[in-house]
Design a protein around this ligand. Structure first.
Ligand code: BGP
Length: 485
């Protein structure tokens, strides 16, 4: 690795939280150990590509995943070696409440996360915990049809209270629902809704999201009561949406598509249904069941910060036939000016600066980038220190995105931190593949489940260590960025 050459124009605030992100179902494995119940993930062997199975099947890579459940100490030590300041992980709801609707939690499940937190503390790494990351207990999906049922609010409150009481002194940053706006696109994965998508009405989906929003506000109230220092964030799947052409009709189409995502941030941050969403509901003839108590919770218990995942932007058009975009659970049409990853996700570093500025201008809340990264097919080669991956493509992707984060910070946006997605290779959410790798750490396992699960440092491992050590000063702006300022 060449020595970093500090660039005085790329400044990150001191205390910037550099790190990486994961989700329980994509790393832990041990799907039925120590009292854990089944979650929706345990019956999704192909991710969102095919309908769920009735019972877990051996071809589901998530059942063992990367075995973080048994290897967490070794893995956290590797993250510490890179100098991580923060580690985002989720708690598997079905480890704590195996069915989801019990009154007493499973002590063995709670004890596992105590051990993870001990390990993080040992290395001085701050935890960032997602309470619900696409892993609703399967029983809640099958018995209640997931978040379509109001009773889930109470079950979630009990679960969240249990976590805050147990870990509230040790965990400052929490996220309630991962990518809350994804329920529309993937009701089973995101909302634990067992009814197939083609039989769900928009009314059902809006009602389900309403329940999640109320549950999020209710748990924000509980968290602040238990420890006022706790910071609760929402989590939005951020997809900047550009008009395909300057035609005003395309501009409006793009705005409408973007608002479909903003709406949930507006509710989390401002605590009330925005006018444009009320109009959409009216136009569609949707009447939601919203109680006065719901309204009060939403209004009085808004989030402390806004977190986002960012992988790509899309275009919208109302005027042209255009090829559909492929990407992170969302629709849109492809942008003819951008390259795409091996999985067709269009790469747009500048879009990150745009969305950070937009969110900051709109909500004025501190932002946290809790997912970003490149899913790619890595090839393991022999290096001087053992097997490695020459992942210059990942380094370039992350460098270019982080430069845009620095630009946004220079624009005046408050950014708390950055956790790259899948800092250690994990099982993909959408395709349930191992071969779609994001990590700085290679995990020896293939799509058929073969491999030793050994961990190897990729080239990006040393690169990210230097980025963190220099607080971003070793990032390299593209000539265009340097000129643009
Ligand atoms: C987000 C999810 C993550 C994650 C990521 C990458 O939508 O929050 O769980 O997996 O996308 O997606 P994929 O795994 O499909 O490449």
């Amino acid at each position: 690795m060449t020595a970093p050459s500090p660039d005085p124009d790329l400044r990150f605030p001191s205390g910037f939280l550099w790190g990486g992100a994961t989700a329980a179902n994509q790393i832990e494995g041990a799907y039925n150990e120590d009292g854990k119940g089944l979650s929706v993930q345990d019956v999704m062997p192909r991710g969102i590509l095919t309908p769920p199975t009735q019972v877990p099947t051996p071809d589901n890579l998530k059942l063992e995943a990367i075995d973080f459940y048994h290897r967490y100490a070794e893995d956290i030590a590797l993250l510490a070696e890179m100098g991580f300041k923060v580690f985002r992980f989720s708690i598997a709801w079905s480890r704590i409440f195996p069915l989801g609707d019990e009154t007493e939690p499973n002590e063995e499940g709670l004890a596992f996360y105590d051990r993870v937190l001990d390990e993080l503390e040992k290395h001085g790494i701050e935890p960032l915990v997602t309470i619900s990351h696409y892993e609703t207990p399967l029983h809640l999906a099958r018995t209640y049809d997931g978040w379509t049922d109001r009773r889930l609010i109470g079950f979630f409150e009990r679960y969240a209270r249990t976590l805050f009481e147990r870990y509230g002194e040790r965990v400052r940053y929490w996220l309630t629902f991962n990518e809350i706006n994804s329920v529309f696109h993937e009701p089973f994965l995101s909302g634990g809704i067992a009814t197939p998508k083609d039989r769900l009405s928009e009314q059902d989906l809006y009602q389900a999201i309403h329940h999640e929003l109320v549950a999020s506000a209710a748990s924000t109230r509980i968290a602040h009561e238990i420890n006022p220092d706790i910071r609760i964030g929402c989590m939005i799947l951020a997809v900047p949406t550009y008009p395909l052409a300057p035609d005003p009709r395309d501009v409006w189409a793009a705005k409408q598509a973007e608002r479909a995502n903003y709406a949930f941030g507006d509710l989390h941050v401002r605590g009330e249904y925005p006018g444009y969403l009320l109009r959409t509901l009216r136009d569609k003839g949707i009447e939601l069941e919203i109680t006065e108590a719901d309204r009060a919770l939403l209004r009085e218990h808004t989030v402390d910060f806004v977190s986002l995942s960012y992988y790509m932007s899309v275009c919208e058009t109302a005027t042209q036939e255009a090829p559909a975009g492929r990407g992170n659970l969302m629709g849109g049409v492809a942008n003819p000016t951008l390259e795409a990853s091996d999985w067709g996700w269009q790469i747009d570093p500048a879009g990150l600066r745009t969305i950070l500025n937009d969110y900051w201008d709109r909500w004025g809340k501190p932002l946290f980038i809790v997912e970003n990264g490149l899913g790619a097919r890595d090839v393991l080669v022999d290096g001087p220190d053992g097997p490695t991956v020459e992942d210059d493509y990942r380094i370039a992707y992350m460098n270019d995105h982080l430069v845009q984060v620095a630009q946004a910070i220079a624009d005046g946006v408050e950014v708390l931190g950055y956790t790259s997605w899948g800092c250690i290779d994990l099982v993909s959410a959408s395709t349930a593949q191992m071969s779609k790798r994001y990590g700085f750490i290679y995990v020896d396992r293939d799509d058929d489940g073969n491999g030793t699960l050994a961990r190897y440092r990729k080239k990006s491992f040393g690169w990210y260590r230097d980025v963190i050590a220099s607080n971003g000063a070793c990032l390299i702006p593209s000539p265009q960025d340097a000129a643009q300022g």
